[in-house]
Design a protein around this ligand. Sequence first.
Ligand SMILES: Cc1ncc(COP(=O)(O)O)c(C=O)c1O
Length: 1022
Amino acid sequence: MSVDLEFWAAALRNVWGHEAKLERLDGEYDLNFLARATNGQDYVLKVMRAGCAPDLVDMQVKALEHIAAAAPGLPFPKVFPTIDGAFLPEIADETGAPRLAWLLERLPGECYAKSNPKPLDLIVKLGRVLGATGRALKGFEHDGLARAFKWDLMQGGWIANKLDAVEDPARRALLADIVQAFAAIKPELETLPKQAIHNDANDYNILVEGALGEPKQVSGLIDLGDMCAAPRICDLAICGAYIVLDHPNPEAALAGLVQGYHAAGRLSAQEVDLIWPLLRMRLAVSVVNSTLMAVENPEDPYVTISQAPAWRFLENDAVNGGLMSARLRAACYLPVTDGADRVHAYLEEHRGEFADLFGRDLSDVPMGSLSVENSTWPQNPFHMPLEEAARVGEEFGPDWWLGYYSEPRLIYAEPGFRKGPWKASDRRTVHLAVDVFAPAGTPLYAPMSARVEVVENRTGHLDYGGVVILHHETPEGDAFYTLYGHLDPEVCDRLKPGDPVARGAAFARLGDHTQNGGWAPHVHFQLALTTDGMEADWPGVGDPDEMYLWHKVCPNPAPMLNLPDDKVFYQPTDKGGVLQGRQDHFGGNLSLTYDDPVMLVRGWKHHLFDEWGRPYLDAYNNVPHVGHAHPRIQAVAADQLKRMNSNTRYLHPAQTAFADKVLSKMREHLEVCFFVNSGTEANELALRLARAHTGKKGIVTPDHGYHGNTNAAVAISAYKFNKPGGIGQADWVELVEVADDYRGSFKRDDPERAQKFADLVDPAIAALQERGQGLAGFIAETFPSVGGQIIPPKGYLPAVYEKIRAAGGVCIADEVQTGLGRLGEHYFGFEHQGALPDIVVLGKPIGNGHPLGVLVTTKEIAQSFDNGIEFFSTFGGSTLSCRIGKEVLDIVDDEGLQDNAQQMGDKLMTGLKALEAKHGCVGDVRGMGLFLGVELINPDGSEGTEICKYVKNRMRDHRILIGSEGPKDNILKIRPPLTIEAEDVEMILWALDQVLSEVGDFEPARDHSCGHEHHHHGCGCC
Ligand SMILES: Cc1ncc(COP(=O)(O)O)c(C=O)c1O
């Protein structure tokens, strides 16, 4: 039906006194308009269908007035009165039929369903809004609230008779279970007070706003059309039912929502326990309802499609419903079981009185830490070989020692501990027990009387071997449990479930590594307050981000060991304290990456680990060229430090061996090496050499370059001296435009661009000569890195070098970023260009983290520098440095890392090109091998600085470290260690795809809500 916009615009003018331009919004039966008024305000004008029952509309209008009065801060739309002061006037439509109409404030934001990402803190805020809404609606009364309708969850039992409509028997059975669980809680629900609730906080009725990278806020909760009177917990369960759908971590999302709700409107434990069955019931009602609608409208595919997320969730076995009650209670700081507080009190009261687990006092037994920070077990945090497991912690033995509770460890290395597909996915690291390491065969005595709950032999790789779970009870009858892992499996022959075990009875003994899953002999002693959702398969370690739950479900078992809690409770280094110390004692311009900095304490190849054992894929750091913690580097360093470490004033074969190795990678004319401590020092030296050789001072260098942090190095680094607050340009320096054929003066479609960029050197040389500086040389990062990962057009450098040499200058190639095989196809960047430098500067990767710089040059230049004054760098060319430097270059060869750089680089490049085609914010993808740049742009093509910052931070949320560069800091810099593997490349591409899609959502063109007042389950429009 065509609608006369002018007619309703006139109505708006006449009845409400607002001049506005109307746009039609969706609506099944009613007319909805977005009214953009000349007063600058946007309204939503709602004209109800003819003959609509006024009481339900009246209920909404009154409810909004009520909320506005009771809790004016809540994000509900205001209702505006007519000129006559009415809120729900009757207006004759074009046909003369009377229609009820109302005018609402139009709230900002986009609907939650389309908002991407959906961070946990937003979900917590949503919970708060919902909780506060519940409070605000508490006293609201209206006749419309007490009606019979299918979306009143209390009346949801109607689906029981409709399950036959669901064809799949497994799904029918699943729904029948849900209906049954609902019937079981129904009597309890009936006892709860009823009040007005929103009843439809689905993801299309929640509006969200927040600029790119800013925290998101709930900007609207709309559509009160389904309000009814019910226990408030139904409101939370309904909202939860939408929040969990397709969420990557639905349990955490629901816990966040409930935590937020609880903060605004205290929940009782009884209410919290009802959430999970109610949530599932809501989804059951939803799928049954749409199944019935599909029967009625077989033509409408949307009806079936819209059910899919709910089915996916209901059928997802990975979500642990059994543990949900404990989880949600823990999120609300409520006791995880009804008896939890009494159990704690009991344990506290009897600390010191339990029978000693090993028949001896443990208080003098020393602690041994296997934590991420303190331990290097296992060397490879992605693989725990049996050989290492059998020796784990041997440095604390052979006498008795104790392992910490709540200690993050890397010994849980196998993929089974990962919670996602990637090596850097979340992983369970935190030990939930206390370990007692003692000789195999040592007997264990029951700390208190018990009944055997589980006894079995788990023979899996690094599993428990023999394991016993005992069931205990306090005198008040509250149950709790203890688990003993890594036992001699003979226990299975002696005990069976249900057997009583007397206090102090010897019930098992420690297994050896052939019996106990493969470990050094010890018991894993864990306490649990419930077995719900854990049954026999208790997690012995938890995700560090889920400790709010696990500390409650599996508390510190110290009391049962007659030990003080502190003795066995592990506290990692406090990141906040380290940050504070840094702020107190370091300069403010010692910058930290990321809004929320990472503290990294372990590494292996191209992965790093924080203090909690969370893994990060290192796609940024080029210094650990052959990988973090390379065993060969460790070995040569340790070996050399055992022998001696001195300087170049004495002969040592390591010096010449390193020089030979470096020179074997160079063209013949480069014959002399200088060893220094850093890239900076090497560049300083390069300037001295060039000046000694030419007798001139002037240097030509591309703009935005970086060569180091000392006076002269900064003077040739426009990236530093030209920044606000920089020292400015020295009169012996001339800048030329970077040969950037994406953004620069000459673009990729210009076949002459290499020569045209090179020609810019002519006026620079002339300027230096005119100023009397003369030309000492030209220095450039072969491929400008801080300038934005730029690959100059082929032929650029040879053309520049020709001009420089013609003017008497020396050509210096800074290969700190590009050298040593990173480029895949070439060992050095100048090879790509077909250029022959006179001086090559190497740094960063050549020491794999050990401070080392190398300068390589010709005999002639070295001779010019040899003017009788000694050259000496105390640490440059130390025995240790030479051993390490050579080892790095050997490893690159031995492990085929240059070749790997080429293959992985190609794979990355192909994937990045696909992302460029898919995402408008990717302007350019460039690079070579594992030296890659992704230029991010705004919709107008300008540098996407904010986008880049956002992407970098979000990639860190996905546990991928990536850098950013460029004059406007809008280029993602990808330069992982050369060890990176195909699955890591896939992870980078997958995560980048996710994050770039989020950026898409922030594009200004899409930065508005649809403005629709949604009816029921969303219109699918915004
Ligand atoms: C191209 C280039 N040259 C020189 C340096 C300075 O090296 P260093 O920090 O080891 O002194 C850097 C450091 O980032 C660099 O990227």
